[in-house]
Design a protein around this ligand. Structure first.
Ligand code: NDP
Ligand code: KAL
Length: 257
């Protein structure tokens, strides 16, 4: 246990099950003494989350539903958080979505609709969330989103999601400039491959895992807990001089040619 996040109210968006990156982050936040607020889209995820919290003896401050595709849902979720919790000190944005059939083959085949869907859920949502969260972050704090190397390089099959993550990373920089004057920092963690529900069944995932063990400086996979600890660092005062940045938690894979 460390006290990095003692008395801090942190909103975690995107726990689907125990494999979720957001669940790794939850455990790190709990270990750092944070008060936790959760948002889910699906009822099924909420039930999974409630079970996980009970099993791990974590008492959430609040769980609210939030579909990031819907502005009104985001406004309503943060309004409720404001009413029931008051000031918040951080947000973890760990949501993304693209049509499965557009996460393979040629990127050029992406439909207009599929392109906009990926941008909507995976990138624009951070803009809308930052706008609403900012109103409750009256003491400053941190916002951290999750990205992947496919934003910077062409990674086979990542396709439309790579372009959405590139927009997300650019958004991190523009948002950091906007809210820096209020003492709020915005950063991203770029994780290596982690076997989660989202990753399940997408083409090429296993190859990506293997190559980390072969080529990354640390020669080992990363896991949800490592992403969790790095995310807590970016939310905490330990990183008070860092904003608008992308921190790679990938065993160093991104530095290798
Ligand atoms: P999960 O499947 O565990 O989590 C994805 C989450 O996205 C789910 O909780 C889901 O909510 C949520 N979500 C999707 N659409 C919406 C929506 N419209 N409104 C609200 N929430 C929504 O996968 P991961 O933990 O892998 O993904 C978390 C983040 O990490 C994503 O941004 C992903 O791109 C990123 N990432 C993942 C990597 C990996 O290898 N797994 C590597 C690098 C980055 P619900 O369950 O309620 O549907
Ligand atoms: C190169 C990699 C291999 C995989 C390619 C694409 C991965 C895209 C991630 C994206 C979030 C996956 C989906 O949107 C899946 C969705 O179409 C179907 N799944 C669901 O609906 C489930 C039930 C819900 C919970 O999922 C969501 N997202 O709501 C990339 C690998 C190496 C790294 C990964 C997986 C990166 C990443 O961004 O997740």
């Amino acid at each position: 246990m460390n006290n990095l996040m003692q008395n801090k109210n942190i909103v975690v968006m995107g726990v689907a099950n125990n494999r979720s990156i957001a669940w790794g982050i939850t455990k790190s936040l709990q270990n750092a003494g944070a008060n936790l607020i959760f948002t889910n889209r699906q009822e099924r995820s909420r039930q999974k989350l409630e079970k996980l919290l009970a099993e791990n003896e974590i008492e959430p401050k609040l769980i609210v539903s939030c579909d990031v595709a819907d502005d009104e849902s985001i406004v309503q979720a943060f309004r409720e958080i404001g009413e029931k919790v008051g000031t918040i000190h951080g947000v973890v944005h760990s949501v993304a979505f693209a049509n499965r059939d557009e996460l393979k083959g040629e990127y050029a085949n992406t439909s207009r609709e599929g392109y906009l869907l990926a941008q909507n859920i995976s990138s624009y949502s951070l803009v809308a969330v930052t706008r609403e969260a900012k109103k409750l972050m009256t003491e400053g704090g941190g916002i951290v989103t999750q990205t992947y190397l496919g934003a910077e390089r062409v990674v086979p099959n990542y396709n439309v999601m790579g372009v959405a993550k590139a927009a997300l990373e650019a958004s991190v920089r523009y948002l950091a400039e906007d809210v820096g004057k209020y003492g709020i920092r915005v950063n991203a963690v770029s994780a290596g491959p982690v076997r989660t529900l989202s990753a399940k069944g997408v083409s090429g995932f296993n190859d990506k895992m293997t190559v980390i063990e072969e080529k990354a400086p640390l020669r080992r996979q990363i896991d949800q807990d490592q992403v969790g600890d790095a995310t807590v660092f970016l939310l905490s005062d330990m990183s008070r001089g860092i904003t608008g940045d992308v921190l790679h938690v990938d065993s160093g894979f991104h530095i290798i040619a």
